[in-house]
Design a protein around this ligand. Structure first.
Ligand SMILES: [Zn+2]
Length: 309
C-alpha cells in the first residue's frame, strides 16, 4: 500500500497470475503496469480438488499482506479451457477430466478468476518481455515442454482459432523417424523434439538436452544422432510456424529452452544448412526471427496475470 500526497492510504489495482503445470504451480503478483512485485512456487498435486485448493492457496501466498488490493486473478492450465465459464477438461497430467476451476476458485477467493490455456498464457507472458521495437508485429511462441505447441500474439492479444486447435503443431506427423505418439499417430513433431520425446530418446540424463548437446560437442556418435533428430524436427517447427503464420519474432520457450544458447546456436546451425541449399529458405531470414524466452522470468504466470482483466 502506498500513501498519496495527503497521507491517506492509496490502494493499487494488483493482479495475480497462476501457471498450473504438470509438476509445479507458479504465481506472480503484478501491478497495473505488469511489473512483477512478488513470485511463489510449489509442487503440483494431481486431482481437481487439489488443483483448486493449491491455486487458491498460492494466490493468497503470493499476495500476502496486499491480498485486499488484488482485483483479479488469471490462471493458465493445460487442457481444453472454456474461457467463458472457466471450466477445464482433459488435463491428463493432473488427472482432471472436468473441473469448474474458474468458478470454484472465484468463490473461494471472492475475486473474478479468468482461466486460459497455459501455452496462450505463456505466449502473452513472452510477448510482455519483448523489447518495444518488436511488439508491433505478430509473435509466435513455441512451447517446448513435456509436449510441443505454439501460441500466437498480435498487438498484445492472443490469436485464437475457431475450435481451440490453433497452434497444436506438436501432432503434425511429419518426422521421418516415424516414432509412435500417444495421440495415435506416428512421426509427430513432439516425439522428436519435445521434453517428453527427448527423455524417451535419451533416458540417461534429466534434463536430457544439455547432456545431449555437451556429448555431441565432444564427438559422441549416439548423442550426435539424437541431436540430429531433435534439430531436424525443431527446424521443421520453425519453418511451419514461419511459413504458416509469418511472425516477425519466434520465441522458443518451455523447459527444454532452458538448455540456453547452445540450443539456439545448434538450431541456427541447422537452419543455416537449409539456407545454404535453398534461396527460398534463405529469403525467409529464419535465424534472425529466433529468440529464446527469458528463463529468469516466470512467463507462464506473468502471462496468466495479463489474461486477468
Ligand atoms: Zn501425436
Amino acid at each position: 500500500m502506498t500513501m498519496n500526497a495527503s497521507g491517506t492510504p492509496e490502494t493499487e489495482n494488483l493482479r495475480v497470475g497462476v501457471d498450473v503445470g504438470g509438476t509445479k504451480i507458479e504465481a506472480v503478483l503484478t501491478d497495473a503496469a505488469g511489473t512483477v512485485l512478488a513470485s511463489a512456487r510449489k509442487a503440483a498435486r494431481k486431482g481437481g480438488d487439489e488443483v483448486v485448493e493449491d491455486a487458491v492457496a498460492i494466490v493468497r501466498q503470493v499476495a500476502g499482506m496486499r491480498f485486499d488490493e488484488v482485483r483479479s486473478v488469471g490462471i493458465g492450465i493445460p487442457g481444453l479451457v472454456h474461457r467463458d465459464t472457466g471450466r477445464v477438461e482433459n488435463v491428463v497430467n493432473l488427472g482432471i477430466e472436468n473441473l469448474e476451476l474458474g468458478g470454484r476458485a472465484s468463490g473461494m477467493l471472492g475475486l473474478p478468476v479468468w482461466v486460459d490455456n497455459d501455452v496462450n498464457a505463456a505466449a502473452l507472458g513472452a510477448y510482455g518481455t519483448l523489447p518495444d521495437r518488436l511488439k508491433h508485429g505478430r509473435m509466435a511462441f513455441v512451447n517446448l515442454g513435456t509436449g510441443l505447441a505454439a501460441g500466437f500474439v498480435r498487438a498484445g492479444l492472443v490469436e485464437r482459432g475457431d475450435t481451440g486447435a490453433l497452434g497444436e503443431i506438436g501432432h503434425l506427423p511429419v518426422d521421418p523417424n516415424r516414432m509412435a505418439c500417444k495421440c495415435g499417430q506416428r512421426g509427430c513433431l513432439e516425439t522428436a523434439c519435445s521434453g517428453g520425446g527427448l527423455r524417451r530418446m535419451w533416458p540417461v540424463a534429466d534434463p536430457p538436452l544439455p547432456d545431449i548437446l555437451a556429448r555431441a560437442d565432444g564427438g559422441d556418435g549416439e548423442a550426435e544422432r539424437v541431436l540430429g533428430i531433435a534439430l531436424h524436427a525443431l527446424a521443421d517447427v520453425v519453418q511451419i510456424v514461419a511459413q504458416a503464420a509469418d511472425p516477425s519474432v519466434i520465441v522458443i520457450g518451455g523447459g527444454v529452452s532452458r538448455a540456453g544458447s547452445p540450443l539456439l546456436d545448434a538450431l541456427r546451425g541447422e537452419l543455416r544448412n537449409r539456407e545454404a541449399s535453398s534461396g527460398f529458405i534463405a529469403g525467409l531470414r529464419l535465424t534472425e526471427r529466433l529468440r529464446l524466452a527469458d528463463a529468469s522470468i516466470p512467463i507462464g504466470a506473468l502471462g496468466a496475470s495479463l489474461i486477468a482483466c
